[in-house]
Design a protein around this ligand. Structure first.
Ligand code: AP5
Ligand code: MG
Length: 197
């Protein structure tokens, strides 16, 4: 049983790598960003709250995203494991995830942190903005704000996971395959078949 957090700033490659890893290890890929964009597309109450916040590049309230994750865990009791992408993003979210997983007899096995410098993040997201249709990729100041919000509110989680020996740092520059291989090398040496605490 393995539960991974894929971590890093906007544009670090979390979604790209999560797709590859979920397939390789039969994990359920939970991207809070994707779930929120689906809620917006469906015009749900959550989507209505989230839209304006996402458009500014700010963070959606903790209780709302925690509820989305709780719902996904409830709906997948037989999952081999989960791959959390873009969650947690704040200390209360990290604590909530730990508590939720305890409830299911699970725990975070590792936090895989993709490291990419700001200029490269900006280049990737500005480029993606030409075709993604994502409102938060559409202008440079929103992209810069997302990176700033990451630095202020999300990067401190590195110390949260570091303290319990679960922080794994990965160079996020290279081809997609090279980075997948780096991630797999780390995952292969985790204690996959027992609960890690
Ligand atoms: P979210 O959807 O999580 O977006 P993000 O963190 O800003 O990151 P991205 O999805 O843009 O980047 P990524 O790291 O997944 O990289 P990707 O693989 O796409 O969140 C969006 C918003 O939702 C937040 O701002 C917030 O408002 C809200 N939200 C979500 N979760 C929340 C939470 N937990 N709490 C509160 N609010 C929340 O790659 C990026 C680009 O680079 C792509 O074009 C890709 O093709 C390219 N690329 C990937 N790998 C490489 C490579 N190796 N070399 C070159 N290019 C590459
Ligand atoms: Mg993503």
């Amino acid at each position: 049983m393995i539960n991974l957090v894929i971590f890093g700033p906007p544009g670090a490659g979390k979604g790209t790598q999560a797709t590859n890893l979920a397939k390789a290890y039969q994990l359920i890929h939970l991207s809070t960003g994707e779930i929120l964009r689906d809620e917006i597309a469906e015009g749900t109450e959550t989507g209505l709250i989230a839209k304006e916040i996402i458009d500014r590049g700010e963070l959606v309230p903790d209780d709302l995203v925690i509820e989305l994750i709780r719902h996904q865990l409830d709906n997948n009791p037989l999952a081999k494991g989960f791959l959390f992408d873009g969650f947690p993003r704040t200390l209360p979210q990290a604590e909530a995830l730990d508590n939720l997983l305890v409830h299911y007899g699970r725990s975070v096995s590792a936090m895989l942190s993709l490291e990419v410098e700001k200029e490269q993040l900006l280049a990737r997201l500005i480029n993606r903005g030409n075709s993604s249709g994502r409102s938060d990729d559409a202008n440079r100041s929103v992209i810069e704000n997302r990176i700033e919000v990451y630095n202020q509110k999300t990067a401190p989680l590195i110390s949260y996971y570091s303290k319990v020996g679960k922080y794994e740092r990965i160079n996020g520059i290279g081809t997609v395959q090279e980075i997948t291989d780096r991630l797999k090398a780390i995952i292969e040496r985790l204690p996959l078949n027992k609960r890690s605490h």
